[in-house]
Design a protein around this ligand. Structure first.
Ligand code: PLP
Ligand code: NAG
Length: 483
């Protein structure tokens, strides 16, 4: 029988976990149903989640992070939930959890500051003057870039501006920037101001792309068609890698190719993509990219951000603004005011970087270095697929039961078009659902106008988290309906 052969290694009754790897089945539905058949329980049983956790080879990475206890979250209602349990942390898309090593690294640098003060710039395990350079190889691996193509510096919006100053050179014929209609506000404002800075009119020069009426996500074919039709007047195509609101993962390779074929520069804001999905910025030939590190990269609020410029531009694209950190390290401190500009993105560095931001980012990148984005993504497909499966199981909109609350996922159902986040909308007020979830120890977030964003993060979330979430969601919806 199929199940015996596949799940039990051909010997009925004997269990070989090595042979049964649930992470390689073709779809999450198939996996869940196979596991439930093996265990002789319902696919919705918590036993399925426990089994998947037991076979999750990345499970130990959760131990590298501090998971808040429910009682410590200011929004929990301890009359409804056991406060001693760990919360269900599904908001790593907004602020990643604290890596346990962050405190130690920070302590080391505070200690160094106390003991040797200015000598810390060049001494110790983490000399401040080039501390960020020492973790750029780990960063580069995560975005699929060469180390020289990556710089850790500033904040995300600052980096976006610095890159746009060099890549957006509008002319009368080619002055437009193509972006999503509902790009993240900071990106939208950055683009508006870049266009104004060049003396153009955002009304004329911003090309905003909306989904088709009645649809939540953009279709790749529509994006490519606009590029094909309007490309001659587009200077820069600036998309997010993963859309913060819908969770849609864009086909960055196809967008890059289409844009460049029409002579546009193509850049991505990878804030929601980095550490979430596999990126190959170098191989895709992306011109430039930027990202923050406090979301899936767990560097702490306001952490050091990243920037990428493809090596093909290393001698042609120059920074518009200069600072001493763009000067070659070897002669930087000769202070002779003869600039030896570093090639590529390194020349875009302006200031020395805050060591106190390097420490937590280092702690997190070292955890990423214990696995690969490929393995994280493989787990992610199953983890988010499992959540999707359970939501479909319980909440498919049933026209014969118009009063039963339903949950609608606006994120694309195709796993190749999404990362770990699912964005939920509800038939009951979403703010209310959010409150009821928070009371019960779920950390997620809501975004106007109408969604809750739920992000099971493969680095530290478990299948049991997903299962607990589904039970909690039922309780939250029941509380909403009974009021
Ligand atoms: C999180 C996020 C930002 C935030 O910008 P900061 O400069 O880090 O404050 C900007 N853009 C996108 C797409 C984001 O997801
Ligand atoms: C990253 O991982 C590689 C291989 O697993 C290892 O050799 C290297 O020392 C690690 N680097 C850091 C900084 O942890």
């Amino acid at each position: 029988m199929y199940i015996n052969n596949t799940l039990l290694g051909g010997r009925a009754g004997v269990f070989f976990p090595i042979i049964m790897d649930p992470f390689t089945a073709s779809t999450p539905r198939e996996t869940v149903e196979r596991v439930s058949a093996l265990l002789g329980c319902s696919p919705t049983s918590a036993e399925v989640a426990a089994y998947l956790d037991k076979h999750d080879k990345l499970q130990h990475l959760r131990e590298k992070f501090l998971v808040p206890k429910i009682a410590d979250l200011p929004t929990s209602d301890l009359s409804l939930v056991d406060g001693t349990k760990e919360c269900i942390y599904f908001v790593g898309n907004s602020l990643g959890l604290q890596p346990k090593m962050a405190r130690q690294y920070l302590d080391e640098e505070l200690e160094k500051w106390a003991k040797m003060a200015n000598h810390g710039h060049t001494k110790g395990t983490r000399p401040w003057a080039w501390a960020e350079n020492n973790i750029e190889d780990l960063m580069a691996k995560i975005v699929g870039a060469k180390t020289e193509e990556v710089a850790l510096m500033n904040g995300l919006t600052v980096n976006l501006h610095l890159l746009m100053l060099s890549f957006y050179k509008p002319t009368a014929a080619r002055h437009k920037i193509l972006l999503e209609y509902k790009a993240f506000p900071s990106d939208h404002y950055a683009v508006v101001s870049q266009i104004q800075l060049r003396g153009f009119d955002p009304q004329q020069s911003m090309l905003l792309l909306s989904p088709r009426p009645g649809e939540d996500a953009l279709r790749t074919e529509d994006i490519l068609e606009v590029i094909e039709k309007e490309g001659d007047s587009i200077a820069v195509v600036m998309f997010s890698g993963v859309q913060y609101y819908t969770g849609q993962l864009f086909n960055m390779a196809a967008i890059t190719k289409a844009g460049q074929r029409k002579g546009c520069y193509v850049g991505f804001d990878c804030a929601h993509a980095v550490g979430n999905v596999e990126l190959e910025l170098h191989n895709w030939g992306v011109d430039f990219a930027c990202w923050c590190t406090y979301k899936y990269l767990n560097s702490g609020a306001g952490g050091l951000a990243g920037a990428f410029i493809h090596e093909k531009h290393k001698h042609t694209i120059k920074p518009a603004l200069l600072g001493w950190w763009g000067h070659d390290l070897k002669t930087r401190f000769q202070m002779n005011n003869v600039l030896e500009l570093q090639p590529g993105v390194s020349g875009f560095r302006l200031s020395n970087q805050p060591i106190l931001l390097v420490c937590p980012l280092q702690a997190s990148l070292e955890v990423f270095n214990m696995t690969t984005m490929q393995l994280l993504r493989r787990k992610s497909l199953l983890l988010t697929g499992y959540l999707d499966y359970l939501v479909q199981h319980y909440y498919t909109k049933d026209p014969t039961q118009p009063h039963k609350p339903y949950v609608h996922i606006i994120t694309p159902s195709d796993p190749q078009q999404r990362g770990c986040q699912l964005s939920f909308s509800f038939s009951v007020p979403f703010q209310k659902v959010f409150q009821e979830l928070e009371k019960r120890g779920v950390a997620c977030d809501m975004r106007e106008p109408s969604v809750l964003r739920i992000a099971p993060v493969p680095l530290y979330n478990s299948f049991t988290d997903v299962h607990r979430f589904i039970e909690t969601l039922a309780a939250a919806l029941a509380a909403c309906s009974s009021q």
